[in-house]
Ligand binder design. Structure first.
Ligand SMILES: Nc1ncnc2c1ncn2[C@@H]1O[C@H](COP(=O)(O)OP(=O)(O)OP(=O)(O)O)[C@@H](O)[C@H]1O
Ligand SMILES: [Mg+2]
Length: 325
């Protein structure tokens, strides 16, 4: 595995949203959507970012592409710090990180043809090249029949729409794609097709992915590494096979237990997670998972666990990971 300069290095990233109240709109609190997140992605690699709804995955992705301002911390693209760039300074680098979202057409003009939808980023980022030829190239690459070019998004199924969203994202030749729950809205059989397409495109183009999902089963086969997020923090990170084989954080273990497994001998020691995800409003010190953790004690409730190495490429943020098997 590549261990050179990371393509993306996120260090202690925080994104807090002010909560305002009253006539003067005074800030009364802050939503700690992303609260000290660190991870890196190598060129051509896929990092699966997994966690429950509301844990801050989308906000982290949006901060990486510059759509959300970082409250603190750093985002480096090939060593270049991007959080302090002005929009004008960021513009020449914007092409390098593209996004694929759950429903690519929620944000698009329904009166645009598929051809124009794919042509748009080409006209912006690859001026001077033969746009029509490239539109067809990217339609071929994403398995879209060329005659679709003159049709409109509403005529297509969810899977086909996602192919169009992917064609649009790869057309600017990005180094990294933030794929934010790209298959969550699709039928299971279609999910596999889209996952395979993303994998094939990675093999052909060498693009890296930050692949966001809310359960571990979706990212299992596509990820080289996996980071598990909870209430704005990363609880555990490891190579994918290591994480599924040797999960050390009680939250990761609980998430894995909610995946149906074929092997009846594979017995864990944590019960499925109960209770609601607490609010990320001004989160107190201590482990964010403590209120739902079967192993939590006073230390967990008051002291934020440091990120510790389990093995060379495996880290966990839990006071008790050594005692929990
Ligand atoms: N613009 C905003 N202003 C205030 N709070 C926000 C804003 N955007 C997100 N949040 C809050 O930040 C937290 C994280 O939201 P985010 O959308 O990043 O989570 P997520 O992990 O992507 O969830 P999901 O799986 O539902 O997509 C949530 O509590 C959300 O309500
Ligand atoms: Mg989201």
């Amino acid at each position: 595995m590549n261990t050179g300069t990371p393509l993306l290095e996120v260090s202690d990233l925080k994104v807090h949203f002010p909560v305002r109240s009253g006539v003067m709109r005074r800030q009364v609190a802050a939503v700690h959507a992303v609260d000290g997140v660190s991870f890196s992605i190598q060129p051509g690699e896929t990092l699966g970012l997994v966690g429950e709804s509301g844990c801050g995955k989308t906000t982290a992705g949006r901060a990486i592409v510059g759509l959300e301002a970082a409250t603190a911390g750093s985002v480096r693209l090939d060593g270049l710090e991007t959080t302090t760039l002005t929009p004008a300074e960021f513009r020449p680098h914007r092409r390098r990180v593209q996004m694929v979202v759950q429903d690519p057409f929620s944000s698009l003009d329904p009166r645009m043809t598929v051809g124009n939808i794919i042509a748009e980023p080409l006209r912006r980022y690859r001026r001077g090249e033969d746009t029509e030829k490239l539109v067809f190239e990217y339609m071929d690459r994403t398995g879209l029949p060329r005659e679709f070019a003159r049709r409109y998004p509403h005529e297509f199924s969810g899977g086909q729409r996602q192919r169009i969203g992917i064609a649009r994202a790869i057309a600017p030749q990005p180094d990294l794609i933030i794929a934010d729950e790209p298959v969550s809205a699709l039928d299971v059989s279609i999910q596999a097709q889209i996952l395979n397409l993303l994998k094939d495109l990675q093999d052909e183009l060498g693009v890296a992915y930050l692949f966001i999902a809310h359960d571990l089963s979706v990212v299992k086969h596509i990820s080289h590494r996996v980071a598990v997020m909870y209430l704005g923090r990363i609880m555990e990170t490891a190579d994918a096979d290591e994480l599924y084989r040797n999960p050390r954080h009680p939250y990761t273990q609980a998430l894995l237990q909610s995946i149906p497994v074929a092997d009846p001998k594979r017995a864990g020691n944590t019960a499925p997670i109960t209770g609601e995800l607490p609010s990320p409003l001004d989160t107190p010190d201590g482990c964010p998972f403590a209120p739902r953790c079967p192993f939590a004690d006073d230390t967990c409730r008051h002291i934020t666990p440091p990120i510790e190495p389990v093995e060379a490429r495996h880290t966990v943020a839990c006071h008790h990971w050594k005692e929990i098997l």
